[in-house]
Design a protein around this ligand. Structure first.
Ligand SMILES: Nc1ncnc2c1ncn2[C@@H]1O[C@H](COP(=O)(O)OP(=O)(O)O)[C@@H](O)[C@H]1O
Ligand SMILES: CC(=O)OP(=O)(O)O
Ligand SMILES: [Mg+2]
Length: 400
């Protein structure tokens, strides 16, 4: 079965084309730095054990422009992998917020699209891109079954004490105000890989997903018991452009003393804060360059970013009542040794001790980067949300 997966992140679109159920990748790609200068599209075609890489730098102002470009690459003479878009049988979409209505993988209908749209205000950086991905894919892949896989799904197992906020009960029962949690597809994928690597199905694992959006999950024997994002993907860790957790009184102050309206508050906390607000850059590669040139704000931002992660490791080790492994994943987690070093510094108390040589090495696949006597494994595991999504789609079609 030909399954094409689209993962619209806040700053990137990732896509992969798989033959299922063999999980054989046909091509994949990444459109990066959407909305920044010099967007990069990297397209890989896999044929007979060979990997052909096509890289183009162009200006992509938004996700729609990015998706159009991906559509062109799939059928482009010489490098195209299909002649006709009708050859795609299933398109799996990453949809970030499923809200109250969707906790499971779902075939996309008009009603589903309406629900995804209703959730725009709760995931303003994501659901619009996901929605657009669906609209464009429906036009390009007319014969395919379009399926949504929600970031929120893996977190459905959170116990009530972890998903409820301490506000009057009716706000939960009447309005669905609760923790939903995000990046679930990624947390699930790397947690499963980690427990397989450890050969311990009951493993207590903290997964640390550091992309443009960042979140952590506490996973106990495969079940997610806590996570750092909340009702929307704004809470928790410091992110590329998002503040992570802040005191809600700051919002009152912005509104009553500085005259902000809702739109302006949302814009400030979602798009102008986080690493961007602290340094002027949202991309860790730019921040690292700036820090190496002596920029003190960049250094502070790194410290703040890592300190927040450390605090969550502490609280999740307590929530889990033990710790077998921490797992770094996604853009920053997989590629930035300095972040991993700062997070793991002075964490001997938790049995975390980093081997700096192993930390600096770049190798594909799962890497163990703790010292030999480190009680807690420190793992770098490349996430593969696309493969997880393809498998979820297959699972749903088999049930139908
Ligand atoms: N080599 C690298 N070194 C440091 N950071 C990197 C590197 N490559 C990517 N990143 C970081 O990863 C982020 C993108 O991560 P990704 O998981 O693809 O994000 P998203 O899915 O949210 O768009 C970039 O913003 C950048 O900060
Ligand atoms: C939910 C979320 O923050 O996603 P991303 O990291 O892809 O922006
Ligand atoms: Mg992502």
């Amino acid at each position: 079965m030909n399954v094409f997966v689209i993962n619209s992140g806040s700053s990137s679109i990732k896509y992969q084309f798989f033959k299922m159920p063999s999980e054989q990748p046909i091509c994949s790609g990444l459109v990066e730095r959407i909305g920044l200068e010099d967007s990069i599209i990297t397209h890989k075609v896999y044929t007979g054990g060979h990997e052909q890489v096509i890289s183009r730098t162009l200006d992509l102002p938004d996700h729609e422009a990015g998706m159009q470009e991906v559509g062109r690459l799939l059928t482009e003479p010489e490098i195209g992998v299909i002649q006709n878009p009708d050859e795609i049988e299933v398109v799996g979409h990453r949809v970030v917020h499923g809200g109250e209505s969707f906790s499971k993988t779902t075939v996309i209908t008009l009603e589903v699209k309406e629900e995804i749209k209703k959730l725009f205000p709760l995931a303003p950086l994501h659901n619009p891109g996901g929605y657009l991905g669906i609209e464009v894919a429906e036009k390009i892949f007319r014969k395919a079954t379009q399926i949504a896989v929600f970031d929120t799904a893996f977190h459905q197992t959170l116990p009530e004490k972890a998903f409820r906020y301490a506000i009057p009960n009716s706000y939960y029962t009447d309005y669905g105000i609760r923790v939903y949690g995000f990046h679930g597809t990624s947390h699930k994928f790397v947690a499963e890989q980690a427990s397989e690597y450890l050969a311990k199905p009951s493993a207590k694992i903290i997964t640390i997903h550091l992309g443009n959006g960042c979140s952590m999950a506490a996973v106990d024997g495969g079940t997610c018991v806590d996570t750092s994002m909340g009702m929307g993907p704004l809470d928790g860790l410091v992110m590329g452009t998002r503040s992570g957790n802040i005191d809600a009184s700051i919002v009152f102050h912005l509104v009553s003393h500085l005259g902000y309206d809702v739109e302006q508050v949302s814009n400030l906390l979602n798009k102008r804060s986080g690493m961007l607000g602290l340094t002027g850059y949202s991309d860790m590669r730019d921040i690292r360059k700036s820090m190496d040139k002596g920029d003190k704000n960049a250094r502070l931002a790194y410290d703040l970013y890592a300190y927040r992660i450390k605090k969550y490791i502490g609280s999740y080790a307590a929530a889990l009542g033990g710790l077998d492994a921490i797992v770094f994943t996604a853009g920053v987690g997989e590629n930035d040794p300095l972040t991993r070093k700062l997070v793991c510094q002075d964490m001997d108390f938790f049995g975390i001790s980093l081997d700096e040589d192993k930390n600096q090495k770049r190798e594909p696949g799962i890497r163990e980067i703790n010292t030999a006597n480190g009680r807690t494994k420190v793992l770098v595991i490349p996430t593969n949300e696309e493969l997880e999504i393809a498998n979820q789609c297959l699972g749903l079609l088999r049930e139908m």
